[in-house]
Every structure is written in structure tokens, then in C-alpha cells.
Write a protein that binds this ligand. Sequence first.
Ligand code: ZN
Length: 211
Amino acid sequence: MKLVGGDLCLDFVNTVGGRTPVGGGSASSRVLADKLAGYADLVAWGRHTESVADAAARHLVRLGESLPREAAEVLGRAVAFREALHRTLRSLMLGRRPDPPDVSLLNLEIAAARGREVLTPFRGRLRWEWPDAGGRLDSPLWPVSRAAAALLTSGDLSRLRQCGGDGCGWLFLDRSRNRSRQWCRMEDCGNVSKVRRFRRRRAGRAVRLGG
Ligand SMILES: [Zn+2]
């Protein structure tokens, strides 16, 4: 899975094949090809982004297999969290107030992650760690919650963009110097759009020549 968000919580929001907006200018979207089809997908994504350590991931997959009902519940929570996060980010991008139920859901997930954090000595200082990360099915969501809390309260979402590709809708932080990035990846959506523009121009010329 491609990681283009530039922030863990945006890569989480992008665990879909794509999105199409629902209704004119709405912050809601329809998900195309959900990449989180099972609990193991959530763990695999965490491992891929290195937000879940290898040993913890192996343990979580086994735990998920032994507790399928609980694992399915966590997956449902993950998808609800992702969609609330997406709508909230889109609302902020559109200059709107996020929906209170979405913000409540984000608060719940952030509180769950914070409730498991423990101060641990690290290189002459202390840092936040999750000692029971491998033993709790919902632990892949904790680093995402932490990243979401940091991004949402950063006060500057001016670099937050949505890919302009048809049926893509992935979010990313535009870190280009002149803030001109339009696509999740030039190799994918950027090129598709270029080819489409070229075809349209050529078709227009053919019509003019024909007429
Ligand atoms: Zn794209």
C-alpha cells in the first residue's frame, strides 16, 4: 500500500482504494475498495507504516484469530474512526465546523490511546510508550490517534490537500516549496490526468479539423 499522506493519520485515512464525494461540496464520501477488509489488514497496515512493531504484529494477528468477535469489533471501530477523521479533515479543509458526533468519536479514540500511555525512561529523558501494545487488539489505533490529535490541533492545515485524481480523494500534506502538489502520486493520478487532458485536446482538434 502506498504511503503518500506525509502523516500517519493521513495514511490511515487513505486505507481505501479511493473516494467519491457524496452530494455537492459535502465533507462526506463514498469509499471505493476498502483496504481494511479484516482485522489482519489493520495489523498489516500498522506493520507497513512501522507504527506497529513486528513482534507486536505477530502477536496481534494470533490474538485476532483466537478472538474473532473482538477483532471484528476493533475493525469496525477502526473504520468508524477513519471515516470520522476523514469527514473532520474535509470539513476543516472546506472551512466548516466539523460534525459534533465525529469529534466525539475522535475524542473517544484519542482518550483510549492516551489511557494506555506510560512514561518510560529513554536516552536520559522520559518518553511516552505503550507497554501493552502487542496485547491489546485495538493497539494499532493508538499511534494513529496520537498523530490525529497532533495534526488536528496543529493550527495549520493550510498544506492539507485532497488528490485531484478521479475517484482517488486521498489526502496528503503538500510539503513542496511552492505548495503546488496536486496529486497523491504523479506516477498514478498525475499521469492519468495528463493523458486525459491530452486526449481531450486532441479530440477537440479533430472536431475542429473535421468541421
Ligand atoms: Zn490520487
